[in-house]
Design a protein around this ligand. Structure first.
Ligand SMILES: N[C@@H](CCC[C@H](N)C(=O)O)C(=O)O
Length: 270
């Protein structure tokens, strides 16, 4: 049976979107099928597979599968992409919480909800000060830990280009101190309104951009007193605006792009 897909991206972080809001998939999505579809040589190829399903509480549900097939709670760039697909304004249920999108002149703005800082909420393996974890890997030390629907650590460095995330990222992502693994952000604060960021994503590796990474990094910088509460985060794929309001909500604003549409034979992957 042929199944339609939409290829989208947010700042080069790319997605295969399957829309099962009106017509269910031929069978349940599994991590094995998701990883096969995400494979760039044998499948369609993407950083994350996004599955849209009906919801009782929101306009629809967005399920997120990483490149390795693991299902996760949040994806900021996919939220903008799916918001665009839904016409701009949408309330979307995710495993990490309900988020809202609205279209504006800068693209799509997403209310990403409230960040969490308790060590149990990250989660960490044991109690630690999440504003400065007493840990180090290969010269990267004392990150901030934040959960924005998914778990992140944020390292602030003087020169981000000197950090080889391709080799260090997997060690940090898979350290047992992070029972659900972790997304790894390496940031350089340029001034009180500007941050440069590189992200090693859990289950996907280095990506051109990570929306939740930008949110986590901005909030971490604000908690440390390094920036104002409205910043631009520059990723390899381009910039995102992140604001953290006095009532504790994060808003992320940036572009989203539909690349092309196609279809595949479900039986080739199931
Ligand atoms: N690319 C995403 C994040 C996707 C999920 C992440 N890798 C995780 O495992 O939590 C984004 O734009 O936020």
């Amino acid at each position: 049976m042929r199944t339609d897909f939409i290829k989208m991206h947010g700042l080069g972080n790319d997605f295969v979107v399957l829309d099962a809001r009106e017509t269910a998939l031929p069978a349940a999505m599994t991590p094995i099928i998701a990883a096969k579809l995400a494979d760039r040589r044998e499948g369609i190829g993407c950083d994350q597979l996004i599955l849209l399903e009906p919801s009782d509480q929101a306009d629809f549900t967005m399920r997120i599968f990483n490149h390795d097939g693991g299902e996760v709670g949040a994806c900021g760039n996919a939220a903008r992409a799916v918001g665009l697909l839904a016409g701009g304004d949408a309330t979307i249920a995710t495993a990490g919480g309900t988020i809202q999108t609205r279209a504006n002149d800068a693209g799509i703005a997403v209310d990403m909800g409230e960040p969490r800082f308790d060590w149990e909420a990250i989660p960490l393996a044991y109690a630690m000060d999440t504003l400065s974890l007493p840990l180090a890997w290969h010269g990267l030390a004392n990150p901030v830990a934040v959960n924005v629907g998914n778990p992140h650590v944020v390292f602030f460095v003087d020169e981000k280009d000197a950090v080889g995330l391709y080799s260090i990222g997997p060690d940090i992502e898979n350290d047992p101190v992070f029972p659900e693994r972790i997304n790894v952000n390496v940031a350089k604060v340029l001034d009180r309104q500007t941050i440069k960021l590189q992200v090693w994503e859990r289950g996907a590796g280095l990506t051109r951009a990570c929306g939740t990474g930008a949110c986590a990094t901005a909030v971490a910088a604000m908690r440390r007193g390094l920036t104002d509460r409205d910043v631009t985060v520059h990723l390899p794929g381009g910039p995102l605006s992140i604001a953290w309001s006095d009532d504790n909500r994060i808003t992320m604003t940036g572009p989203a792009t539909e690349a092309f549409r196609g279809s595949f034979l479900w039986d080739d992957y199931a």
